[in-house]
Design a protein around this ligand. Structure first.
Ligand SMILES: C[S@@+](CC[C@H](N)C(=O)[O-])C[C@H]1O[C@@H](n2cnc3c(N)ncnc32)[C@H](O)[C@@H]1O
Ligand SMILES: [Zn+2]
Length: 310
């Protein structure tokens, strides 16, 4: 993979969906290299941009690239699942828009030593937040084989999860598995020849699965979706870009639950379950157009969903 800058995905679509007011307060919960944030900042005058990322190096890089805008810029290293406490800490009651561009960034993938990529040799790390204790190395060398199989199957939808998990356990009995290349080799050795002929790299699904587990990605998304929309002002937009069906399902369900989560029996004349609608879905899922797909292959699986606080 090249060291190309991270190209923001569905940029125009996000900016349109956020319907930015120049004096508003906007949260970018996945700052990365500030690709989306710069376009938000450009549209703010007296407004505020709050950029959050759990990766310290994203915050450092964004500090540089967000210099010189007229608006107030506040950058916070945090998991986005703690957005409510971040806002509390800043004395901000509600934001006028929130964007979450899920997953890893190109710089994270490109920095070999982060261990996200099977195509360069590095220690098995995969942490977005390097102050967290859990690494891919620990999962691969210390977790029970059954639990590893579950991770590969659930988060990678890997058909050969059982064979791969057994191969990992057999290998680590001889010596610890230390690097991305070693792991990719073990994964390959466990797969049948037919699977190795697929277009995708044989380790792709397993690496995705481990990354999701190391960073508790789905848990973070669920906790964020559970709490963040309550901190939107009325009319404020929530925009989420997901990159695989597991993420998209969480987003879709969370919006639906807040749009129509009434649990009363169908024949009840009025709602008595206490449900109060807090979100309204705006349009359907938006995917990149042909031009973006050609320019940026990373956009291939991207889906943007937007909801409005009511
Ligand atoms: C796809 S990149 C965002 C790229 C950014 N929109 C841009 O255009 O430059 C995702 C970023 O979100 C961060 N991230 C992922 N999950 C997070 C979480 N739960 N809390 C905070 N940041 C997270 C990652 O560290 C990464 O920098
Ligand atoms: Zn009800």
């Amino acid at each position: 993979m090249s060291g190309a800058a991270h190209e923001p995905v569905l940029l125009k679509e996000c900016i349109d969906a956020l319907a930015i007011r120049p004096d508003g307060i906007y949260v970018d919960g996945t700052l990365g290299r500030a690709g989306h944030s710069r376009e938000i900042a450009r549209r703010l005058t007296s407004g505020t941009l709050i950029g959050i990322d759990r990766d310290e190096s994203a915050i450092e890089a964004a500090e540089e690239s967000l210099k010189g805008f007229g608006c107030r810029v506040i950058l916070v290293k945090s998991n986005f699942d703690a957005l409510a406490s971040v806002l509390d800490g800043l004395g901000i009651e509600a934001a006028d828009g929130m964007l979450f561009d899920l997953g890893v960034s190109s710089p994270q993938l490109d920095e070999a030593e982060r261990g996200f990529s099977y195509s360069s040799d590095a220690p098995l790390d995969m942490r977005m937040d390097r102050s967290e204790p859990l690494t891919a190395r620990e999962i691969v060398n210390e977790w029970d084989g059954g639990r590893i199989k579950d991770v590969l199957f659930r988060y990678g939808e890997e058909r050969w999860s059982a064979r791969i998990a057994s191969a990992i356990v057999r290998r680590r009995e001889k010596k610890p598995i230390e690097t991305t290349t070693e792991l990719a080799e073990i994964i390959k050795s466990a797969m049948p020849a037919s699977a190795l002929r697929e277009k995708q790299h044989p380790a792709k699904r397993s690496f995705q699965a481990l990354r999701i587990a190391v960073n508790d990605e789905l848990g973070s998304i669920e906790r964020m979706l559970d709490t963040a929309p309550d901190r939107l002002s009325v009319g404020g937009r929530l925009c989420v870009i997901s990159f695989h069906s597991l993420e998209d399902r969480l987003v879709k369900q969370a919006i639906r639950k807040r749009e129509n989560g009434c649990t009363c029996p169908k024949d009840f004349p009025v709602c008595v379950c206490g449900f109060r609608q807090t979100l309204r879905q705006v349009g359907g899922a938006v995917t990149p157009g042909t031009e973006e797909l050609e320019r940026n292959p990373r956009s291939r699986s991207a889906r943007l969903r937007t909801a409005e606080r009511i």
